[in-house]
Design a protein around this ligand. Sequence first.
Ligand SMILES: Cc1ncc(COP(=O)(O)O)c(C=O)c1O
Length: 427
Amino acid sequence: MFPKLGRRRSTALPRFIVNMNEQTLSSINWTGRFASRVARMRRSTVRELLKVTRQPGMISFALGLPPAGLFPVAETRRAAQAVLDAHGGQALQYSETEGLPELRDWIAARYSQPGMSFTRANVLVTSGSQQALDLIGRVFLEEGDAVLAENPTYLALLGAWRPYGVDFLAAPCDDEGMRVSELGPLLERRPKLLYTTPNFQNPQGTTLSHSRREELVELTARYDTGIVEDDPYGELRYEGEPRPGLFALDAIAAERSGRRPNVIHTGTFSKVLAPGLRIGWVIGPEEVVDKLVVAKQAADLHTGTFSQNLVCELLRDGVLERHLPRLREVCRERRDAMLAALHRYFPSDARWTKPEGGMFLMVTLAPDVDTTALLPQALARGVAFAPGADFHVGGDGRNTMRLNFSNCAPEQIEEGVRRIGKVLPCA
Ligand SMILES: Cc1ncc(COP(=O)(O)O)c(C=O)c1O
């Protein structure tokens, strides 16, 4: 509905114009005019759950929300003041599509390593990493292209790329991420891109092992398939050794063999500072970044100047480095609370992943359980989860659910898991 405007004084439209407008409005069949790709667009059930989960008393494991109580509110207030003091109106002005040079330099330096150095020319600042994924889809994908992705995969990636009419190929996974040794037959179909979240994957929480990373980089280069490495959770490791990024391994292999780099990396401040800032990025070869910039010009001109300035100020002030240890500690405690509660309240035939970081784990129930059908019962008991089928490339996974553990205190986690346990059939 359009908002009601205040009554205008003596500006009533002549009757014949009103009639004409009514006629025109009612005669337009908007849905008949939608582009054919709209048929491939689906509302995200998980995002729709946001409305329900705002109800008082609801315990929600449904969305990927960072712990709200930990957002650096006081630091952001100070940063906002500092930005306005330093830049005045310039901080509120339009700015270049590529992003603020200072922020691009920080991102390039953060990800450069010996033997692999980036400059700001390799970096585009985006409105969250979701926009980075969307722009990659716009620039690379056309109808009939094959795209290889972990099965299950990130729901909003499916939402962003499905409208292009691509054919998603489902990569089999286990507790160490994608089963790379089984990808040969899928790569024979020459997918244009392989999309992966190698660290603490959404929705499974699993991490690709070091040896599989090396194997994947080698294999995709052989088949000429580009990798999109989406890494929103990499900084949130609670235990175990960090694994090298695919783009680092690829850069080293590319240098050694004289081939071009094969990986585009996406990242974000959403999970480590605050998602409301909407600051993400792409790091990639210059020729790719150039085209993404053109696509972004058409999409939104540039990412918010004020938000970018705020993030620069927070980084300059060392807020990220001070904030990360506490964030990791709180999320680890919540993960442990969820693992303990699952042991206590879930049926003995249920299985779940044990993430070393990130914000999610995935539960697999007996084959005949349908978690989509169970959701209304859980909501009636005041708890929400994300049914697993939506994350699956081929519509399988009906007996799975994704649980987010980062956004509830340990006592709520215990209570919420207990409530879900009540609606599950006993083993
Ligand atoms: C795997 C993955 N990629 C990308 C995103 C998008 O994050 P943002 O757009 O907030 O940077 C998310 C958010 O939940 C995610 O889980």
